[in-house]
Design a binder for this molecule. Structure first.
Ligand SMILES: CC/C=C\C/C=C\C/C=C\C/C=C\C/C=C\CCCC(=O)SCCNC(=O)CCNC(=O)[C@H](O)C(C)(C)COP(=O)(O)OP(=O)(O)OC[C@H]1O[C@@H](n2cnc3c(N)ncnc32)[C@H](O)[C@@H]1OP(=O)(O)O
Ligand SMILES: Cc1cc2nc3c(=O)[nH]c(=O)nc-3n(C[C@H](O)[C@H](O)[C@H](O)COP(=O)(O)OP(=O)(O)OC[C@H]3O[C@@H](n4cnc5c(N)ncnc54)[C@H](O)[C@@H]3O)c2cc1C
Length: 701
């Protein structure tokens, strides 16, 4: 290495020393330099932690939901973090075959722990979450089993659930096809009843009817719940679910008539490529009649269709369940990215040094705060709305069990809308966190690229986010059209006050005036009501309602977003009306709640102004208040992300390390890259040296 290289390195290291004064000795492998190494065990964020204005341990409990939930999650997180079998840092460098084998190994080790330690289903769920590697088990536990639980008869549940829960069979959820995903009624796979043999014949009549995407199908599953067109007596009777065995339970080979495989690599290194999303075709595969999931409709031995009093929509019930879990997962993914970006923003310094003193921590720049703190506030907002949605789902489930189907449409609208809202925001938020970490955020070792790659399909799977918002729009339009004779309830109860929401305008006169839950909720209610009513009025101009709906669909999507944001804001405010113990915890959450609401108000001020609810002056006062709120978040920022209680293993990020020891660890990690195994790169003699040694024929070059 030449002198200029060494002086560049020396300059780099003096900068590091300036930033982290406790560096003692670093060995620069490959450069022949004996530099100082950092002190392990030092907390570089301790000054930040001392600034906390609230009880961090109590905030951890508020985030987890209860002391018991905190303890359970903490126990599972540590179990995974302390087990070398769950190492994941090499994942992005593995080839596909190694990656899948590695995932199978981890899933097997996880299952062994579940059995040996006799973990409960709740503990097992957290264990799988902290293993942090998408795997066939997600679909087995998350969709296959819930599909049987929700759509199977008591007899079917008795037969299949024990097998599935002991993992004596492995299942997946095979709905989407090559040609249709969103349009479930457009699926082409057929299940034709054969009264001669009392069987269904599963068949894939076209290329586009091939099942395409189901997770766990490609290589792991022995069984699937397959959605297919029920054909009895030559007539189509809607799409239903069927339990179909795909592979031998002895040697795992596909059964006769079954063609099955993996659909290939997906976005990113490592990331979602640990999942075997699959393709499946049937060539007249026969299954017994009792393998059709028959809670909604039954086919008798004689080939008669019997409808139970359960609504047809229950066939979509598994999607309601999974969408609810996806909302809860959004807060986990967003909080993870925010934790990384917040800790790193406190470590990173740029500009502002006077007289050789330390530079400014980037977290102190107002622009950094205005990008980061709304994401932090959103992570908390999504956590609390996810908690509420879980309650709503549990309530609906109990009602369904008692044959009360009245709240199903609202549960569908809420799960669809909030799934869409939270996943779109989280996907964008993770990318924003990457940018907030500057260049180092682009390194795989920041943890952000893989988190992003794993997360973004959430905007598509379990319902494309636009398609889902259009479902919310249908629900809203129906609610508006029924206002004259039907009292809206639940999350649309505010529509019952539509007259005053359309007339009264915002009364806020000062920036402090925005620190009022009533003023905030009314602003969001008025905006949502006015946008929905405006869509209703526009729709009324069309003779054909479906044509009008299609024409106005972009506006309808915006009205749905306004409605869903209102739900998140009001559930955050409702949460704060509960008893939340711990010094300063409630006050700190109040600040975050206002940040969330006023950030949305600022971002969507066009809606609030266009609907005539706010004046430009009032919108500007909200923005003034937002700036003040950011200053209130600042001293608590690090401890607010500590309250997520994530282990370094789960975060999987050098930038987000709990101790903030970023630079030495980044430096160390670079040397672990296989490219640095040798000084001279493989291929040098074949491809580089000949260029260096070439004898140029043209003098001009
Ligand atoms: C580094 C690693 C880090 C971390 C990773 C670790 C682990 C991973 C973590 C978690 C993994 C999580 C998840 C697993 C991952 C992926 C799973 C994905 C699985 C899937 O994608 S399954 C396939 C999902 N498919 C869809 O969602 C399709 C979307 N389409 C539809 O839902 C519907 O077809 C429709 C709603 C668009 C229907 O439209 P339509 O108008 O044609 O409808 P119909 O005529 O059929 O019916 C209309 C009628 O029904 C009502 N309705 C619709 N849906 C529902 C419902 N779900 N529930 C109740 N009611 C419903 C609708 O309102 C209409 O009612 P109305 O009264 O007639 O108006
Ligand atoms: C990682 C991953 C895992 C998956 N796992 C599973 C699984 O386990 N099991 C399973 O069955 N499926 C699974 N899927 C499939 C997934 O559920 C579908 O991809 C999803 O429902 C979207 O359907 P689509 O692909 O048909 O999109 P399309 O509907 O083709 O969407 C394409 C575009 O058209 C737009 N669009 C479609 N319809 C309308 C409309 N009516 N109005 C306006 N715009 C419209 C959409 O907004 C989108 O922009 C998975 C997908 C992914 C990416």
């Amino acid at each position: 290495m030449g002198l200029s290289g060494i002086s560049l390195l020396t300059t780099t290291y003096s900068l590091i020393l300036q930033h982290q004064s406790l560096l003692l000795c670093l060995r620069a492998k490959g450069f022949g330099l004996d530099l100082k190494k950092d002190m392990e065990g030092v907390d570089y964020l301790s000054d930040e932690r001392k600034k906390a204005q609230f009880d961090v341990e109590a905030m951890k409990i508020a985030w987890a939901g209860s002391l018991e939930a905190f303890q359970l999650s903490d126990r599972m997180a540590k179990l995974v973090a302390n087990d070398p079998a769950f190492e994941k840092f090499t994942r992005p460098m593995l080839g596909r075959k190694e990656l899948i084998k590695n995932t199978l190994r981890k899933a097997a080790h996880g299952w062994k722990l579940i059995v040996d330690l006799r973990l409960t289903e709740e503990e097992a769920k957290w264990l799988r979450l902290y293993i942090d590697e998408p795997a066939y088990t997600d679909l087995h536990w998350g969709m296959f089993i819930p599909a049987i639980e929700g759509q199977g008869t008591e007899e079917q549940k008795k037969k299949w659930l024990p097998l599935a829960k002991k993992m004596q069979i492995i299942g997946c959820y095979a709905q989407t096809e090559l040609g249709h995903g969103s349009n479930v009624q457009g699926l082409e796979t057929t299940a034709t009843f054969d009264p001669q043999t009392d069987e269904f014949i599963m068949h894939s009549p076209t290329l586009t009817s091939s099942k395409w995407w189901p997770g766990g199908l490609g290589k792991a599953s022995t069984h699937a719940v397959v959605y297919a067109r029920l054909i009895v007596g030559g007539e189509f009777h809607g799409v239903h679910g069927f339990i179909v065995q795909l592979r031998s339970l002895d040697d795992h080979s596909p059964l006769p008539g079954v063609t099955v495989g993996d659909i290939g690599m997906k976005f990113g290194n490592g990331a979602y490529n640990t999942m075997d999303n699959g393709v499946l075709r049937f060539d007249h595969v026969r299954i017994p009649r009792d393998q059709m999931l028959m809670r909604v409709s039954q086919v008798t031995r004689e080939g008669k269709i019997m409808q139970s009093d359960v609504p047809r929509q229950l066939i979509y019930g598994t999607m309601v369940y999974v969408r609810q879990t996806i909302v809860a997962d959004a807060s986990k993914a967003l909080s993870r990215a925010v934790c990384i970006a917040t800790r790193y923003s406190a470590i990173r310094r740029q500009f502002g040094s006077r007289n050789g003193g330390p530079e400014t921590q980037v977290i102190d720049y107002k622009t950094q705060q205005s990008r980061l703190f709304p994401l932090l506030a959103s992570a908390y907002a999504f956590r609390f709305v996810g908690e509420w949605l879980k309650w709503l789902y549990t309530d609906v489930k109990e009602r369904l069990a008692a044959n009360d189907f009245s709240t199903l449409p609202e549960a569908h609208a809420c799960t669809a809308g909030l799934k869409s809202l939270t996943t779109s925001f989280t996907a964008d938020g993770i990318e924003e966190c990457r940018k907030l970490c500057g260049g180092h955020g682009y390194l795989v070792s920041s943890g952000l690229p893989e988190l992003f790659a794993v997360y973004i399909p959430a905007c598509t799977y379990e319902g494309d986010n636009v398609v889902l918002l259009l479902q919310v729009a249908r629900f809203l339009v129906k609610t508006v059209s029924e206002l004259g004779y039907k009292k809206p309830v639940g999350t649309t109860a505010y529509m019952g006050r539509v007259a005053s929401l359309m007339q009264n305008n915002c009364a806020v006169q000062t920036a402090e005036g925005w620190l009022n839950p009533g003023a905030v909720v009314e602003a969001f209610e008025s905006r949502a009501a006015r946008m929905a009513v405006r869509c209703g009025q526009q729709l009324a101009k069309y003779e054909n309602p479906e044509e009008g709906f299609a024409e106005l669909s972009a506006d309808l999507v915006e009205a749905s977003i306004a409605h869903c944001q209102l739900i998140v804001v009001s559930k955050f405010i409702e949460k704060l009306q509960q008893d939340i113990p711990g010094k300063g915890v409630k006050q700190t959450l109040e600040v975050l709640c206002y940040v969330y609401a006023l950030f949305l108000l600022h971002k969507h001020q066009g809606d609030f102004l266009a609907t005539g609810y706010l004046t430009p002056k009032q919108a500007s006062l909200a923005n003034d208040q937002l700036r003040t709120l950011y200053s209130k978040v600042r001293p608590n920022a690090i401890t607010l992300v500590d309250s997520f209680n994530y282990t370094d293993h789960y975060l999987g990020s050098i930038l987000g390390r709990y101790d903030g020891n970023v630079y030495p660890k980044l430096y160390e990690a670079a040397w672990k890259d296989p490219l640095n195994d040798s000084d001279v790169v493989d291929g040098f003699y074949e491809y580089v040296q000949p260029i260096l040694k070439q004898k140029l024929r043209t003098a001009k070059l």
